[in-house]
Design a protein around this ligand. Structure first.
Ligand code: ATP
Length: 218
């Protein structure tokens, strides 16, 4: 059975999460206090309900404890976000992700036991700064403080060569984990594959090594 999600708050973040989850085939219960928002998404998600998520009785009546994963996408109304997270925790929801508006909000949500804090502006700002300074990099995913994955398009210098010939591991200390080619992703026997125009390398490594590869390797 597909994982069941509930998304509370249909602002920009909550609505885009709900749409994408639905597109991926997940069951989504969307909750918002604003009836207009609920009507806008009634035909999009599995079920859209108008409710105040700070009302414990309402949450329990919606069977919130049966959902595998609940995302609190309320930002501006910090009080409602905090109270909702607390009620979800008390109801025993296993996985709670919550959007934080600022550092204080984040600290409180963590203390209440939210499993992941979402800071859209901070996360997007980080990625944009990296994308803006590294013009060959198509995407950037930070795995930890030290490690990241980058997507980088091969340049003329690499076309016709194989990963083994370039020897990214020995020369730059990072690993090519996959090659995106013509809409598919190649993960097996990539070492011998001759690179073609348009190929995209997915590389994992320490951020400083990836930066060196981006500056000198492609
Ligand atoms: P975004 O940037 O994602 O648009 P935001 O940070 O501006 O969102 P808000 O506008 O405060 O966040 O809230 C997002 C949604 O949450 C709104 O559609 C709002 O109606 C809904 N919401 C706020 N309080 C509650 C509540 N107590 N119960 C249910 N929904 C709520």
């Amino acid at each position: 059975m597909n994982k069941q999600f509930a998304v509370i708050g249909l602002g920009q973040l909550g609505s885009s999460i709900s749409i994408e989850l639905t597109n991926m085939g997940c069951e989504v219960l969307a909750i918002d206090i604003d009836l207009d928002k609920v009507n806008d998404y009634a035909d999009v998600v599995t079920q859209a309900v108008q409710a105040d998520s700070t009302d414990e009785k309402v949450l329990l009546a919606l069977g919130i404890r049966n959902f595998d994963h609940v995302i609190v996408a309320i930002g501006r109304n910090i009080q409602a976000s905090i109270l909702t997270t607390l009620l979800l925790k008390e109801a025993g929801v296993k996985e709670i992700w919550a959007k934080a508006q600022n550092d204080y909000h984040e600290k409180i949500l963590k203390k209440l036991g939210a499993d992941k804090i979402i800071r859209p502006e901070v996360e997007i700002g980080f990625r944009i700064a990296h994308l803006a300074t590294a013009n060959k990099i198509l995407d950037y995913i930070e795995l930890s403080k030290d490690y990241s994955i980058i997507e980088i398009e091969v340049t003329d210098r690499l076309i016709g060569k194989s990963i083994m010939e370039i020897d990214v591991r020995a020369n730059y200390g990072c690993n090519v984990i996959a090659i995106r080619r013509d809409r598919s992703v190649v993960v097996r026997n990539i070492g011998e594959l001759k690179l073609k125009h348009g190929d995209v390398l997915l590389i994992i490594g320490k951020s400083e090594d990836l930066e060196r590869f981006e500056k000198q390797g492609v």
